[in-house]
Ligand binder design. Structure first.
Ligand SMILES: Cc1cc2nc3c(=O)[nH]c(=O)nc-3n(C[C@H](O)[C@H](O)[C@H](O)COP(=O)(O)O)c2cc1C
Ligand SMILES: CCCCCCC(=O)C(=O)O
Length: 337
């Protein structure tokens, strides 16, 4: 069967995965209102295409924190890739390397951050949770720096795990990490505050991004703490149900930050036109989570690469049809809210 879009991969992945693993990957929290909203907002926002521009070629290249990228699309951190493929994140990173973009390795990965780096020939970011035992965080940061990861992505929207009722029904509990031996969820630092960001900032020379901001107020505080980037995200609808989507939060954050750091967004991106809408609203690039897992499940590294290539070619076509030969031509006037 040929897979011509991400939805085809999603259906094929559902047919292949153990039902409990599918539920862990696909599910959201509580009533999954935010999970659905993440998609619905992209369907709601329409485009205002411009015509008669020379779109013989449309250039999708960009940079993220100074790293050149072939497309404004980055792989989001997602946990436990071994549920989709026996080689887990090592297989994923081989596919991402074919596509040449950044992969953000989750700290809750089924392969260690060193194994992932060994398998990679593409730039890597490392996603961090802060644990009760500070030595775990210090150890992870140092290992990520030594292994060549280019940035730290601190996820701040999990003071506790969201209420994922599919996982409760399935008694799904496979959230162990190959990076350390303790059980992740019980070790999360519930008392995490901005003071910890100051502490973290002082610990690593790597660029620091904060993932999980949804308000202009918090974006300003993040800037005051010296972050290099913000990832506007509701964690794929898996944490606070009822939270606004990243795309809805994006304009107020872009306005408040006013160019003082790079801004990224994730949640529900499944089409090149979705990427274009996010860029029009001010994102430097987008992150994609679940589609990578669908590609990995269905065809391993080739599936991962194909997912990224599909998004890239769809974006390129959307740029042409909107009269945008470069990413700089993608401006707020392209979208109707
Ligand atoms: C199965 C799964 C595991 C995830 N694990 C992590 C994680 O370990 N760290 C993290 O910061 N975000 C994690 N996320 C959230 C993603 O980074 C991202 O915010 C979200 O998946 C984006 O939405 P999308 O899946 O609709 O693209 C996870 C998401 C999923 C679906
Ligand atoms: C350290 C807490 C477990 C998080 C598991 C990975 C994750 O973020 C998810 O959404 O699932």
């Amino acid at each position: 069967m040929s897979h011509v879009n991400i939805q085809d991969y999603e259906k094929a992945a559902q047919a292949l995965l153990e039902p409990a693993y599918w539920d862990y990957y696909a599910g959201g929290s509580d009533d999954e209102i935010t999970l659905r909203a993440n998609r619905a907002i992209f369907d709601h926002i329409r485009l205002r295409p411009r015509i008669l521009k020379d779109v013989t070629t449309c250039d999708t290249t960009t940079t993220a924190l100074g790293t050149p990228l072939p497309m404004p699309i980055i792989v989001a951190p997602t946990a436990c890739h071994n549920l989709a493929h026996p080689e887990g994140e090592c297989e994923t990173v081989r596919g991402v390397s074919q596509a040449g973009t950044i992969m953000t390795a989750s700290s809750v990965s089924s392969r260690s951050l060193e194994e992932i780096a060994e398998a990679a020939s593409t730039p890597l970011w490392f996603q961090l949770y802060i644990y009760q035992d500070r030595s775990i965080t210090i150890n992870l940061l140092e290992r990520a720096r030594q292994t060549g990861y280019r940035a730290i992505v601190l996820t701040v929207d999990v003071p506790r795990l969201g209420n994922r009722e599919r996982d409760l029904r399935n008694n799904f509990k496979r959230l162990d990490s190959a990076n350390f031996v303790v059980n992740d969820v019980t070790q999360l630092r519930r008392s995490l505050t901005w003071k910890d960001i100051t502490w973290l900032r002082s610990l690593t020379p790597l660029p620091l991004l904060i993932k999980g901001i949804l308000t202009a107020e918090d974006a300003i505080i993040a800037l005051e703490h010296g972050v290099d980037g913000i990832i506007v995200s509701n964690h794929g609808g898996r944490q606070l149900d009822g939270a606004i989507s990243g795309l809805e939060a994006l304009p107020e954050i872009v306005e408040a930050v006013a160019g003082r750091c790079e801004i990224y967004v994730d949640g529900g991106i499944r089409r090149g036109t979705d990427v274009l809408k996010a860029l029009a609203l001010g994102a430097r690039a987008v992150l994609v989570g679940r589609p990578i897992l669908w590609g990995l499940t269905v065809k391993g590294q080739d599936g991962v690469n194909h997912i990224l290539e599909l998004l890239k070619s769809e974006l390129e076509l959307a740029m042409a049809l909107c009269g945008c030969p470069t990413l700089n031509d993608i401006t707020p006037s392209l979208v109707k809210l």
